[in-house]
Write a protein that binds this ligand. Sequence first.
Ligand code: SF4
Length: 206
Amino acid sequence: MKEISYPIKEFFYSIQGEGYYYGTAAYFIRFEGCNIRCSWCDTKESWNIKKENFITINQILNNINNNHHQIKTIVITGGEPTMWNLHPLIKKLKKKGHRIHIETSGSYPIKEKYVDWITISPKKIKLPLQENYKKINELKIIISDENDFIFAEEQAYYVQSVTNCFLFLQPEWNSIFNVLPKIISYVKKNPKWRISFQMHKILNVP
Ligand code: SF4
């Protein structure tokens, strides 16, 4: 039987720079493939799926084992990782004792079994599936202009009945000097939101 494989852009052990777990060590697996194509995307190199970048689950596990660090949390990110059937990979990672976090736009089905933390960052051009809102642990809205605050509230409406769903507003990196003062002011007026910041870019780590 053919082994399951996935197109992986890169893996690296680093510091989570965003959201609830910012500042914590995590091993990132960045999947290739994303058909959303946000204009400000900072991982554009992961959009296209390259045949030569498919690797098997065992190769992924070996890469983790060969990394000489105490890896606990694995962050599955992209691209859009939920385009792929992640279940077989996640099941094996869980067996090895890892904690699994997923970062997604929420626009594809999410099989949440064995997943410890789901971050959904909705995109206007391809909204999350309704079924995914109830699975969210962390809703992260990228703010590049003032219209994004309206979008943020629309999205927060869908998770208002989800217990312990944290709400984050994150400045789009290239607009940060313009939008950060507005986000600070907005969070002061609407304290259900927190600010997420791409700390890894300040720390200069991947
Ligand atoms: Fe980039 Fe994420 Fe937008 Fe896809 S959904 S284009 S990976 S920011």
